[in-house]
Design a protein around this ligand. Sequence first.
Ligand code: GLC
Length: 403
Amino acid sequence: MEERVRWFKEARFGMFIHWGLYSIPARGEWVMLIEEIPKEEYALLANSFNPKECSPESWVKLAKEAGMNYMVFTTRHHDGFSLFDSQVSEFTSAKTAAGRDFVAEYVKACRKYNMKVGFYYSLPDWRYKAYFEGPKKNPTAWKYFINYVHTQVRELCSNYGRVDVIWFDGDWPPYPGAWDNVPVAEAWQSEKLFAMIRKLQPHILINNRAGLPGDFDTPEQNILTQAPERPWETCMPMNDTWGYTKADKNWKSARQLIINLVMCVSKGGNYLLNIGPCPDGTVPSPSLKRLKEIGRWLSLHGESIYGAGISPLFTNDPPFIPFSGGMVGLSTFKDNKIYLHVFRWPGREICIGRVNVKIKKGYILSTGEEARVVQKGTRLFIRGLPLKAPDTIDSVIVLELDK
Ligand code: GLC
């Protein structure tokens, strides 16, 4: 495995944060475009964006407690409002009511908690007409716009010390055909952009949303069912929306979020779970509750997640298997251990089929209690188990391979 990507593949679980001016109207981060709010009117939100009590450190602490190993923070979203100080923009949290560089505060907190630092950066800025017109219609305006984008990326890669991930977004044209078929990488001058980034931050990982493949894929709200060669990460909100959306009450259960995490890891991927803090920086309580529960589970079962990946059991099976009545769950793998994740505890005995590996011994991860293994052909029996599930969500049985 390439050394640069190693930490990322071992980290497995990260926090995404969508926070900005759009958190004030609380109708999602696309509110400006969807409601056609004129940019002058939208800009007024900056006057009331002054979250005195907000401390990015509290987010980092929260991520740590939830068992996350890296974070990705919206330094600037499509609305153009930068949460950092920039030479090429007046529309920043540093130059408006808040008078703060939230990116600097976030990075400082990440360092304190030994958290890997990720920057989300939107290539589009809806305040620029050039973005909607594309590179061909008005090349001068486009050049000016690209210079703005590249300069901001340079600032992010120069002013905050080591950055571990740059997470671009929105490389696509605003609507099909908008850019007269100019290839995306050409439009954004991605080769040049990437070369600059890699020079400034040789260790950095770049995602796949800036016209080039970069270092990892980012399936959105979608967990891959086939394990691909390339490193990948599924990003997902806990409800349906990224930026704080007051009316969105469609929260996934903690159980579902843990299943999602295990599903990602079982296919060799990462899970980047989003929070959308309120305008004052506080995290909605349903998110807090879920993160706490995931943190509890990981404190007991983290070994089966961090640094783990595709297991020799069920590896090619579609992810619906854990939800089909009889099956017990998914499996992950590390060193010579298979971690069997049991979401439906059947009682004293578990039986799984199609097992083609020889197991030396088994035990319950959270308690160390023995789980007696008997193999008959390709059937694996795990016996002498407690009647009641050791964990309310996902009990993990370690199966040590005979090698
Ligand atoms: C999309 C959306 C954006 C969100 C992102 C997260 O590209 O445009 O609002 O930030 O996905 O993956």
